[in-house]
Design a protein around this ligand. Structure first.
Ligand code: NAP
Length: 404
């Protein structure tokens, strides 16, 4: 074995994709049960390993030698086998440093709250202190906890080093940002979803909001350097990040009923080799009824509630192309569901070209009135507006260019 990632459950790991772009070594996922970890490490049957929860402590104990960063952090996330000796490194330190720098936030002289007291918290605390921040750890069982956060209302930075808000338990936040009037930004070590509820709240308040993907890629870059002994330029981090973000981000299509969302989604799916899903079709499958039947028998409100449930399921996934129903923008609560992992494209099309057959909400009132009411909502949701008045191929090209 050359290199790999050691952990217990690694199904959703992005590390193989990242390392494939960082070096030409083989990179395997190695899932072990706790009782087998020590023997595996001591077998020294690898050149280099990344180690993730829950095995970072075991890795530290098995090493013959520690690098300066690993000794300072008291944690090992990278192990290299050299001349029969296991050398432990900590690349999370560099990863968190990079993330902080990428956010543009300054730590020196600022009060920073680090949520959680596990391994990642230790790294964040050490780095922030090294940079001159006053750091307070918020722990469910500590002196500073979630019940007395008001003592630290003067915080300028918040770092989330807990799993709260992580896929699949999205939509929850560890703290209410409303009590921090001097807050400048939030760093969330979670990278799936791309925007946790905590980061969406920060974004809504106009604060800096950085997710943990930059840390993940930066720590992998330094691990790759230890694996191969070759220096890799920091620019490579941005290249890998860009390709990963594009691959993970959902492409969400919104717009008036009949503006071409489903067809454009299918064409995008063919061009990008990604799965396209139609939210209305998913809803009908889930309800075992047609949408006209739900609206005429149960009313629009019941239909909208079902739609929100379907969008919650679809929005938390990654790498999908999602064609939404025309009215999904009428519920503000659908915005974070779509935005947490997605870039939202508003497809526009001349009203005369929109079909109304089989679309009860388009038929019920005048289409132009529906459009006037919804236009500001589409604009509010949209990250990018694309005209679908030309050919559908033009629309697909415009979306793909924007993604680059
Ligand atoms: P960990 O060692 O298990 O620590 C997590 C800490 O979060 C715990 O010590 C606990 O602190 C707190 N916590 C756990 N469950 C909680 C809950 N339900 N509510 C509130 N607090 C809770 O995990 P870790 O390795 O430090 O990782 C923490 C997070 O950082 C994870 O989401 C992980 O994916 C992420 N991470 C990201 C990167 C990256 O490269 N981006 C690297 C490492 C970790 P208290 O008991 O003190 O409250």
């Amino acid at each position: 074995m050359q290199c790999g990632l050691l952990g217990r459950h690694l199904g959703h790991s992005y590390s193989p994709q990242i390392h494939a772009q960082l070096g030409s070594y083989d990179y395997e996922l190695v899932e072990k049960e706790p009782e087998d970890v020590e023997a595996f490490l001591k077998s020294k049957c690898f050149q280099g390993l990344n180690v993730t929860i829950p095995y970072k402590k075991t890795a530290l104990a098995c090493c013959d030698e520690l690098s300066a960063a690993a000794a300072q952090m008291g944690a090992v996330n990278t192990v290299v086998c050299r001349d029969g000796r296991l050398i432990g490194h900590n690349t999370d330190r560099f990863g968190f440093m990079y993330m902080l720098r990428a956010s543009g936030l300054e730590a020196a002289g600022k009060k920073a709250l680090v949520l959680g007291s596990g391994g990642a918290s230790n790294t964040a605390v050490a780095v922030l202190r090294e940079l001159g921040a006053e750091v307070v750890v918020i722990s469910r069982s500590g002196e500073n906890h979630y019940g007395n956060l008001k003592l630290h209302a003067d915080a300028a930075l918040i770092v989330n080093a807990t799993p709260v808000g992580m896929y699949p338990n999205t939509g929850v936040s560890p703290v209410d940002l409303g009590i921090f009037p001097r807050l400048e930004g939030v760093l969330d070590l979670i990278y799936n979803p791309a925007r946790t509820k905590l980061l969406l709240d920060a974004e809504n308040r106009g604060l800096v909001a950085e997710n943990g993907l930059s840390m993940l890629v930066a720590q992998a870059k330094e691990s790759a350097e230890w694996f191969t002994g070759n220096k890799i330029a920091d620019d490579v981090i941005e290249t890998v990040l860009g390709s990963l973000r594009r691959r993970m981000e959902n492409i969400i299509l919104i717009g008036m009923p009949g503006c071409g969302k489903s067809t454009v989604a299918k064409l995008l799916s063919q061009a990008l080799g990604r799965t396209a899903v139609d939210a209305d079709a998913e809803l009908e499958k889930h309800a075992c009824r047609s949408i006209p039947d739900i609206i005429t028998r149960d009313g629009e409100d019941a239909f909208r509630k079902l739609e929100t449930k379907v969008l919650a399921q679809l929005g938390m996934q990654s790498g999908l192309i999602i064609a939404t129903g025309g009215g999904c923008v009428t519920r503000e609560e659908n915005y974070p569901l779509l935005h947490q992992n997605g870039r939202i494209y508003y497809l526009t099309r001349d009203l005369e070209k929109l079909p109304t057959e089989g679309r009860p909400l388009s038929q019920s009132g005048r289409l132009s009135e529906l459009y006037e009411a919804r236009k500001p909502m589409y604009q509010r949701f949209a990250d990018c507006t694309v005209s679908n008045d030309g050919t559908q191929e033009d629309t697909v090209r415009a979306i793909m260019e924007d993604m680059q």
